[in-house]
Write a protein that binds this ligand. Structure first.
Ligand code: PLP
Length: 391
């Protein structure tokens, strides 16, 4: 199938771009000896897990269901994953008792968020021969303006502070930990990692030589064009050499950054003080981060309003739902838009299909893989049944 033959809306994931990102990540592993996992919360298109398994060391999960997906589609639940030793990791602020038995069966690393969770489940995990860790909060905010994405914001529930660690964990209990985990970044460069690492070392450095591993979490924009990979490698080598621990990274975004687009069609054009194009895709349903973060997604062949005299036609692009704020953004075009025109939003592989919803009974976008030769394979089609099945 060609792109033109696809029905819209659809998420089209590009194998070529995915491989490019995976190659960069594998290069970091090869050069430093670190291990990199896919954070499935960002990208869980499991039809490409066999490809990802060739480059990365496994998956990490936010709970049982993601852990199962990682285990069954990439990890030791598959013959190839068992042969390679592809790992399954999990972190949750609080685990459910009724899920823990299955979690310790399928996960290799289980990360706890608090001393209470550690005490409740450590013996179960250890008996099953699993590696256990504690998520720490180094109280070092390196991002501005996005408190919703800052695990070091005041009163954060994500991770144990050094005060609590010191006061509530006995030295004997700390010795039972195999590793420490921190996740504090969001779409950031390695200079912010370096600042965070310094805080981690100052606060928790004394315990690191007794650990087997440290996990640097996600939020590293490693595959972005201008990301400083040399500094990342320095950070990894420094920690490995100083403390003799294995280093894990678990990026989500960086794995599928700019590796997919959302194809949509113009359904209607109307006017109210400006031209408004209603699309067959919705910010609220199909790209919720556009509203939540918020951000304006890139659109192929379009610009900012007024940015370029050669793009004089300005439209507000919006979804067909009832939500007044279901607006993707204002864009400028070289030619007037027409009903039936196809548009292509960029960077739509990550935090899209994992977060979408059927509000208003909206159809979910199909999931398509574009092979390196340009042919398209529809991986998953959605219709009325998926809407109904959840209600
Ligand atoms: C614990 C943890 N690990 C990894 C990630 C992945 O982050 P990103 O997709 O920004 O790389 C997140 C994102 O929230 C996270 O909370």
């Amino acid at each position: 199938m060609t792109r033109e033959e696809l029905r819209t809306p659809c998420y089209l994931v590009q194998e070529k771009e995915l491989k490019r990102n995976l190659g960069i990540l594998k290069g970091i592993c090869d050069e430093t000896g670190c291990r990199i996992l896919l954070a499935q919360k960002a990208f869980s298109m499991y039809s490409v897990y066999p490809l990802i398994r060739e480059y990365l060391n496994g998956t990490t999960a936010s709970g049982l269901y993601e852990a199962r997906l990682g285990y069954e589609e990439m990890g030791k639940g598959t013959a190839a994953g068992a042969e390679r030793g592809t790992e399954t990791h999990i972190f949750s602020p609080a685990y459910r008792e009724d899920e823990m038995e299955e979690i310790v069966k399928i996960c290799d690393h289980i990360v706890f968020n608090s001393p209470g969770q550690f005490r409740k489940y450590k013996d179960m995990a250890k008996r099953a021969g699993k590696s256990i860790g504690m998520r720490i909060n180094p109280e070092c905010s390196t991002q501005e303006g996005h408190a919703i994405y800052d695990p070091c914001a005041p009163f954060s529930r994500l991770g144990t502070t050094v005060k609590t660690f010191r006061e509530e964990m006995t030295e004997e209990e700390i010795r039972e930990l195999d590793g420490l985990h921190f996740h504090t970044l969001c779409e950031q460069d390695s200079d912010d990692l370096a600042v965070t690492l310094k805080a981690v070392e100052e606060q928790f450095g004394q315990w690191l030589p007794g650990m087997k591993w440290i996990n640097f979490g996600g939020g590293h924009h490693i595959t972005r064009q201008d990301y400083d990979r040399e500094l990342l490698k320095q950070c990894i080598r420094h920690v490995k050499d100083t403390y003799g621990v294995e280093v894990y990274l678990e990026p989500g975004e960086a794995v599928a950054l700019n590796a997919g687009v959302l194809l949509t069609e113009v359904l209607e054009i109307m006017e109210n003080g400006m031209k408004i194009a209603i699309l067959d895709t919705s910010a609220a349903c199909h790209m919720p981060d556009v509203l939540e973060m918020p951000y304006r997604p890139p659109l192929k062949d379009a610009g900012e309003p007024g940015e370029d005299d050669r793009k004089p036609y300005i439209y507000r692009l919006a979804g067909p739902t009832c939500l007044a704020g279901d607006v993707i953004g204002d864009y400028s075009f070289a030619e007037p838009l027409k009903v039936g025109d196809r548009l292509e939003f960029g960077d739509m592989a990550i935090y899209t299909m994992v977060k979408n919803n059927t509000f208003n009974g909206m159809k979910l976008p199909d999931i398509v893989l574009e092979r390196e030769d340009g042919t398209c394979e529809v991986v998953r089609k959605f219709g009325y049944e998926e809407f109904k099945a959840r209600l």
